[in-house]
Design a protein around this ligand. Structure first.
Ligand SMILES: [Zn+2]
Length: 365
């Protein structure tokens, strides 16, 4: 079995870089279709068209309809063809990125992903999640390659609500522990290969970057300013975690996240917030060193990530509901199977309850 690492061809990050979108894109084509929300367009249009003047690239803007579904993907493909565009860019959040990636794949054109928030590690990945028009999960579209360019303007990202950057830290917090579990079990990563030394090193660097910069980045993000700590965390959330999860592999934390989505009360919580709690549950399952568990608990509480079921919105803990979460997490095909030992739903149930108790214990201190 081969070792495989996936990555965008270019990862670009810096203050005011949105202005250089066309300048970077001109290596790939002449006409760029930019998929963006109506409010996002107001924020980025001037900078993009200013920067475009110095290049040979022309742009058209298309307003996203709000859902990454096949009818929207086909609508954008038609628009791309009608306008003669030879590149697609998605400027915004996850669903816009996933739509742009799918359009790039079906239309056979290069893809430029521009995240305006750093709330998950999805921008760099070769994956689109497709929903129905009503917003119900339909399928994963596994793409043959990662985006050509991922361009992050840290000025824009640091002006987004702080909770988004913090939930991105929750998603990134899991990366090292899931990659470590996959290495121990010799599991496949998300691109169908074995992990590499490089992916493992990036996952470790991701964790260390959060530990060193997370708290000061969370404080700066509340003030909507872009400090070096914020920039480091944006890189950890987007790039280090992006390569780390896709090429290192997923395991317990994300399976527990998936199980938690069955509880209605958690729907208000962001992906990374549930993943952070899933990370604690994975560490309890592994019976990890108490020192490590404490470090993760203290980090979560310092930056404002949930460490208890109550903080996830589950005010009344019903054993049968938690058992359902555990069963879903342990379902065949989910990534709990990548843990280096057998895990039963009863084990997951016990770990969730124990993680919740640990979280409460530390909150009360
Ligand atoms: Zn995730």
């Amino acid at each position: 079995m081969a070792q495989i690492i996936a990555s965008p061809s270019r990862y670009i990050q810096g203050k005011g870089e949105i202005r250089n979108l066309c300048s970077y894109a001109q290596n790939y084509g002449k006409k760029l279709c930019i998929l963006v929300s109506a409010s996002g367009k107001k924020r980025v249009e001037t900078a993009i068209t200013e920067g475009q003047k110095d290049t040979g690239v022309t742009v058209i803007f298309k307003i996203f309809n709000g859902e990454c579904c096949m009818s929207e993907i086909n609508r954008i493909i038609e628009a791309v063809k009608a306008a003669g565009c030879d590149m697609i860019s998605g400027v915004g959040g996850g669903k816009i990125h996933d739509t742009a990636k799918a359009v790039g794949y079906y239309a056979g054109i290069p893809v430029v992903i521009v995240p305006t928030i750093a709330s998950t590690d999805a921008p760099c990945s070769a994956l689109s999640v497709i929903y129905s028009e009503e917003g119900i999960f339909e399928k994963y579209l596994f793409l043959p390659s990662s985006p050509n360019i991922v361009l992050v303007d840290t000025d824009i990202v640091s002006k987004a609500p702080a909770r988004l950057l913090i939930s991105g830290m929750g998603d990134a917090l899991a990366t090292y522990f899931e990659a470590r579990a996959c290495r121990q079990s010799d599991a496949l990563n998300c691109v169908g290969g074995k992990s590499t030394l490089a992916a493992m090193a990036l996952a470790e660097l991701c964790y260390d970057t959060l530990m060193e910069n997370g708290v000061s980045a969370a404080i700066a993000a509340e003030q909507k300013v872009c400090t070096k700590a914020v920039e480091n965390v944006i890189e950890a959330n987007t790039y280090l975690s992006g390569i780390g999860f896709e090429s290192g592999g997923l395991a317990g934390a994300h399976a527990i996240h998936n199980g938690l989505t069955a509880i209605k009360e958690t729907h208000e919580m962001y992906h990374g917030e549930k993943v952070a709690f899933g990370t604690l549950v994975q560490l309890v399952l592994e019976n990890a060193d108490m020192e490590e568990i404490e470090e993760v608990l203290e980090f979560c509480q310092a930056v404002g990530l949930p460490t208890t079921l109550a903080e996830l919105g589950i005010m009344e803990v019903k054993p049968e509901e938690i058992m359902e979460v555990a069963r879903l997490a342990a379902a065949e095909g989910d990534t709990l199977g990548n843990m280096p030992f057998d895990v039963t739903p009863e084990d997951v149930y016990a770990a969730i309850m124990a993680a919740d108790a640990l979280g409460r214990c530390f909150t009360e201190e």
